[in-house]
Design a protein around this ligand. Structure first.
Ligand SMILES: [Zn+2]
Length: 165
């Protein structure tokens, strides 16, 4: 779903096609999302080979790093979610806290996906395969060191905990 969000229609709409089906292919199961774009009506279709390892419901994927979303894209998506909320949880009104927690939990999961690309304490440049991901790495390669990723993840976890209180 994140891949489809990151791959908008030519009109710019990021809503995934509604209809979903799973079929068997030569190398395993394939999930297909197809249908007209909600904004412009163009037919869109995505096909994803399903990992034989079924990922947990509360994570993006299993133990292996993604083969379709690069670590830079996960990091940018994490930033996008976290940027919706102030760093001081006390500034978030009580009725918005559930939404804030949900965003931050997924921001953490994005960072966990980034960490899966780490080799010897850092995500290597070769792992960045998208244009936006490579751009981010060139600008801020330091944030892809494992220690920095862990520190940021921990900061978000503390914020989630504070929002639970
Ligand atoms: Zn469209």
């Amino acid at each position: 779903l994140l891949f489809m969000h990151l791959t908008p229609c030519v009109c710019g709409a990021t809503t995934a096609p509604q209809s979903r089906g799973v079929h068997a292919a030569a190398h395993g199961l394939v999930a297909r999302y197809a249908g007209p774009c909600a904004a412009c009506g163009r037919e869109r279709a995505f096909e994803f080979e399903l990992d034989p390892e079924t990922p947990p419901i509360d994570a993006y994927g299993g133990a292996q790093p993604s083969r379709i979303i690069c670590p830079g894209q996960f990091a940018l998506h994490s930033d996008e979610l976290a940027a919706r909320w102030p760093a001081d949880g006390a500034l978030i009104p009580a009725e918005r806290r559930t939404a804030a927690r949900e965003d931050l939990v997924w921001a953490i999961r994005d960072l966990e996906e980034v960490a899966k690309f780490s080799v010897d304490g850092a995500v290597p440049e070769a792992a960045f395969t998208s244009a936006r991901g490579r751009e981010l790495y060139r600008a801020q390669s330091g944030r892809f060191r494992a220690a920095r990723l862990a520190a940021r993840t921990e900061a978000y976890r503390r914020l989630v905990e504070a929002l639970r209180a």
